[in-house]
Structures are given as structure tokens and as C-alpha cells.
Design a protein around this ligand. Sequence first.
Ligand SMILES: [Zn+2]
Length: 102
Amino acid sequence: MNTMTRDEVTAWLAAHSLLRMRRSAVPVELLPLWAEAMSQRESGINDGQAVAKAMAVCFPESRPQRAQSTGCHRCGGTGYLRGLSHIHSGRCFACNYSGERP
Ligand SMILES: [Zn+2]
């Protein structure tokens, strides 16, 4: 179970040379990463590549997050206001019922 997020690990890796550390100096949650990187390095690739491969194994890239909504703040991007269907069919005038941020 990884308790560090991928971003945290990436930040940590930027500040530490994982493969130049003694095992005892590696945070316990990064030991699997360290072990993986060590075994990757045995295939003759450089440290950076070994760490990158180990990252892909131990901290796979999360699925792309849903794109941040750029929608209208009034209607939430739908172009219509729930509960106001009796007025102008609930059209949102903040965005001219396009649903896009004005
Ligand atoms: Zn709107």
C-alpha cells in the first residue's frame, strides 16, 4: 500500500538520489520503489531510467483526471438552471445558456 502520492514521490525523487542512498535511508514506503529501481539498473540502464521504470511499476500514472470544468458557475455548464424551468425554460443568462464560462 503506497501512502505517498505519485506527486509526492516525484518531488521526493527530485530532491534525493534514490539509487545512491543506503537502503536504511530510504523511506519505508519507497523501499519497493528502491528495490525495483535497483533491479532495473541491473539491466544496464542509467539511474534516471531505472528510477523512471520503477516509478512506472510502483506508482503507475493515474488515469487522466476529468478535465477541469470551464463551465459557467451559475448553471454548472449545463446552460440551464434547475428549478427555474418555469422562467424562460430555465435558461441561464449568465452564460446565455451556452454553459460556457462567460
Ligand atoms: Zn450558465
